[in-house]
Design a protein around this ligand. Structure first.
Ligand code: SF4
Length: 333
């Protein structure tokens, strides 16, 4: 799979853009976390199995899951489970990285033990210690927002421009693409790129931090689009705000999960329509019951409870169509 490449090109008069993909990475250049990222996939897989055993869990079962994937339960329950299984190693990697990086940042360690097995016991930070790390992020935020810092994202021979670019910058990036044989894509055809760029262009700016929490056999990893003392913030974009019926339940559930784990009483959710430019803002108490309901229902489906089949059109464009038991079970024999 080709990874999206956010442009680090800076239009004249702009600050250097910061990659959307590195939003949760601590900025200090200490060598410790880098060592974690140098592990091979096989080494990381072995460490994940060791960590499940250390936590008293079955190494064969799904443990490390992302909140974004969990909330997809309200799009399709089977999708949430299949995507979580596919991404488990990635979330374990994030879990391990954050535990070590924040322990280093908090001054609790100054070197990594030689045996990777001993890395697993690093990082049992208290909630208060994690709040201090978050407060440090807030202090490092620029006083002005950072909207529109990504000029474009390029995937292979296709470039997607940030919709918030001033006309002059837009023309410059467009002409440069044509001159180098790169096509300029339509964001309506690329929802993933559109999500990254719309967030960069329109999302409100708050400190953010990735962290993890235990819930039954799951270790839940998540990074809200913003965290303040009072609320968690989640941003989503969709084709049209008038057709937000599918994205809104997922966005609310995601924000409720963040609010539950970060112990914030309120959530602020914004959904922006790409076609109409309208913004829906939801500002309301965190629904604790919905957060627990999402976790419980997800765990039940992962444990074997049959998922309800979603609307057929969702399956028609789903990446798991070829291996999804729910979809296969709905096909005529
Ligand atoms: S194919 Fe359909 S039921 Fe299966 S994961 Fe995708 S959307 Fe869900």
């Amino acid at each position: 799979m080709i990874k999206p490449r956010p442009s680090r090109r800076t239009p004249p008069g702009r600050k250097q853009p910061r990659s959307k993909l590195s939003k949760a990475t601590p900025t200090n250049k200490a060598p410790l976390p880098t060592d974690v990222n140098l592990l091979t996939r096989a080494e990381m897989t072995s460490l994940m199995a060791q960590e499940k055993k250390r936590l008293g869990l079955d190494p064969e079962k799904l443990v490390f899951v992302g909140i974004h994937n969990l909330a997809q339960y309200w799009w399709c329950a089977e999708y949430a489970v299949l995507k979580s299984r596919e991404n488990e190693l990635e979330f374990f990697n994030a879990y391990l990285y954050d535990r070590i990086a924040y322990s280093h940042e908090a001054g609790l360690i100054n070197r990594l033990p030689p045996s990777t097995k001993d890395w697993l016991s690093i990082g049992d930070l208290s909630g208060d210690q994690v709040e201090v790390i978050l407060a440090n992020r807030a202090k490092r935020m620029p006083s002005q927002g950072r909207r529109g810092h990504i000029g474009f994202i390029q995937v292979g021979g296709q470039r997607y421009l940030n919709p918030s670019l001033p006309e002059g910058d837009r023309r410059m990036f467009h002409q440069e693409a044509i001159a180098t044989g790169v096509k300029v894509g339509d964001l309506q055809d690329a929802p993933l790129m559109a999500g990254h760029l719309m967030e960069d262009a329109y999302a409100e700016q708050y400190p953010r931090l990735r962290w993890n929490w235990s819930w039954k056999r799951l270790v839940v990893v998540g990074v809200p689009d913003g965290i303040t003392e009072k609320f968690v913030y989640e941003f989503k974009s969709t084709r049209s705000i008038h057709r937000r019926g599918y994205v809104e339940p997922v966005a609310r559930a995601q924000a409720d999960l963040y609010g539950h784990f970060w112990k914030r009483g309120r959530k602020r959710v914004q959904i922006v329509g790409r076609e109409d430019g309208e913004t829906l803002t939801i500002d309301e108490p965190v629904d604790e019951a919905r957060a627990i309901d999402t976790l419980t229902k997800f765990e039940e489906v992962d444990s074997g409870k049959p998922a309800i089949r979603p609307a057929a059109w969702k399956c028609n464009r789903c990446e798991f169509r070829d291996r999804c038991p729910v979809f296969k079970g709905s096909m005529p024999a």
